[in-house]
Design a protein around this ligand. Structure first.
Ligand code: NIG
Ligand code: FE
Length: 386
C-alpha cells in the first residue's frame, strides 16, 4: 500500500510525502516524485503522524471518584484511601462489567489516535483479583485492535488484609509476580514507589523479583515526595520512571545519564494542582522523555485524551510541539522498550494516524480537540465506527 499526502508528515514535517507499507511495516518513505509506482491512497492536506503511544494507563477499575476529585479541589488530601475505595468497587464488579468498562476505555483511546496503550492492573491488590484483572485485560486486548502492553501493578497500595508494607511487598514479590509470570499475563511490573505507599527497600525487593521472573520494571516515582525513587529506578535498570513532579536537579542528571525513560503525566499533575515535572530540564540534559495520560480512577479520568496530553506538554511543560509529539510517540515506545513503534523510519510498524489538522501545532492550539480521520495499525485500516 502506498500512502501519499500534500500536507505534513510529522514529526519531521516532510511535505509533500509518500510512504510505502509492506507486511505491516514502513518499507519506504520520501518524496512522491521518487515513490515506487502503484495506486496510492491520497490523504490530501491532512497531518499524518505515527500512532500515539500512551505508555501509562490504569483502565481496569469500577466505580466513580468524581466526588473525591471535587473534595480534593476544596482542600481534602490525596491519600491511599482513594485507591482502596476503587479496589473495593472493582473487587465487587463481575467479569462482564469490568470487561465492558475496559473495552470502552481502550476503544476511546484508539478512537483518539492511540495505537499502543500500556495497561496496568493494580486495583485488585490480592493474588486472585490481580490475576482476574490481568486476564480481563488479555481478553479485551484480543477483541480491540489497539496494541496493548500489560503491566502488573500489584504494588499500587497496601490492601487492608496486609499487616505492613513489608509483608505485602514480600507477598507481591514471592507469590504474585511468579504467578503473573507463569501465566505470561504481563510484560512489566510497576510499583507506586512514593511517600506513604512503597518505600525504597520494598520497591527494590519487588523490582528484583520482577527481574528474576523476566519482567521489565517501571516505577511511579517522585510524584508525592522526592524520595530517590528515580535514582533507584536507574540503578535497577527500570524501563521508565513516571510522574517526577518533585524531581530535582540531581534527579535530572541521574536520568539524563541513563537508559531509563522519564515519563511525564501532565494531566494528573494539573488535576492534583501539583508541581509540574521538569520537562525542559530533562530534555536539555539529554534525558529520554515520554508523555502519557495516566488515565486512572482517581487522579485523572480521561481515556482517549492523548492529543490533549501533547498539547499540555507544549503549552504547560515548556516542550516544543515537535518534542511533545515525539514524546507521545517514540518516547512512549522507548518507555515500553518497543523501538519498532512510534516512528516513521523504514522497518518500523506502519501504525499511522491522519488527523483533522494541517499542522502538528493544532495539538497545542486546540489543546487536544484534534481528531483522527483515519487510523492504521500494522498497515491495516481501523474501522472507527466499530
Ligand atoms: O498514577 N499514583 C498512583 N496511581 C495513580 C492514581 C491512582 C488512583 O488514585 O486511583 C496515578 O496517579
Ligand atoms: Fe499512574
Amino acid at each position: 500500500m502506498l500512502l501519499t499526502g500534500t500536507g505534513r508528515l510529522a514529526p519531521g514535517g516532510l511535505s509533500p510525502w509518500a510512504l510505502l507499507v509492506r507486511d505491516g511495516r514502513i518499507a519506504w518513505v520520501g518524496s512522491p516524485a521518487d515513490a515506487p509506482s502503484g495506486d496510492a491512497v491520497d490523504l490530501g492536506a491532512a497531518l499524518v503522524t505515527p500512532g500515539l503511544v500512551d505508555s501509562h494507563t490504569h483502565p481496569v477499575f469500577a466505580g466513580d471518584r468524581s466526588d473525591e476529585a471535587a473534595a480534593r479541589l476544596e482542600g481534602a488530601a490525596y491519600t491511599d484511601g482513594g485507591i482502596l475505595r476503587t479496589m473495593r468497587a472493582t473487587r465487587a464488579a463481575d467479569d462482564a462489567t469490568l470487561e465492558t468498562l475496559v473495552e470502552t476505555r481502550l476503544r476511546a483511546a484508539l478512537a483518539a489516535g492511540t495505537t499502543t496503550v500500556e495497561c496496568k492492573s493494580g486495583y485488585g491488590l490480592s493474588l486472585a483479583e490481580e490475576l482476574r484483572h490481568l486476564r480481563i485485560l488479555r481478553r479485551v486486548a484480543e477483541r480491540v485492535p489497539v496494541r496493548v502492553v500489560t503491566t502488573f501493578l500489584g504494588a499500587h497500595a497496601v490492601p487492608p488484609e496486609a499487616s505492613s508494607v513489608a509483608e505485602y511487598a514480600a507477598h507481591v514479590a514471592d507469590e504474585m509476580i511468579p504467578a503473573v509470570a507463569d501465566e505470561r499475563l504481563a510484560e512489566f511490573v510497576d510499583i507506586f514507589a512514593d511517600a506513604g505507599f512503597f518505600d525504597l527497600a520494598s520497591t527494590e525487593r519487588i523490582a528484583r523479583a520482577a527481574a528474576a521472573a523476566g519482567l521489565g520494571v517501571r516505577l511511579h516515582a517522585e510524584q508525592l515526595a522526592r524520595t530517590g525513587a528515580a535514582e533507584l529506578g536507574v540503578r535497577l535498570g527500570a524501563a521508565s520512571v513516571d510522574h517526577l513532579e518533585q524531581l530535582d536537579a540531581a534527579g535530572v542528571t541521574a536520568l539524563a545519564g541513563s537508559a531509563t525513560v522519564a515519563t511525564l503525566l501532565p494531566a494528573p499533575a494539573i488535576v492534583l494542582r501539583d508541581r509540574l515535572p521538569p520537562a525542559r530540564a530533562l530534555l536539555d540534559a539529554g534525558a529520554s522523555v515520554a508523555l502519557a495520560s495516566d488515565a486512572n480512577a482517581g487522579t485523572y479520568g480521561g481515556f482517549g485524551t492523548m492529543p490533549m496530553v501533547i498539547g499540555l506538554g507544549a503549552a504547560l511543560l515548556g516542550m516544543s510541539v515537535s518534542e511533545a509529539l515525539t514524546a507521545a510517540t517514540a518516547g512512549g515506545a522507548a518507555a515500553l522498550r518497543r523501538p519498532d513503534l512510534g516512528g516513521l523510519a523504514v522497518g518500523m510498524a506502519a501504525d499511522l494516524v491522519a488527523w483533522d489538522a494541517d499542522h502538528e501545532g493544532a495539538f497545542a492550539l486546540r489543546l487536544g480537540a484534534v481528531r483522527p480521520l483515519r487510523i492504521w495499525i500494522a498497515g491495516e485500516e481501523i474501522d472507527l465506527r466499530g
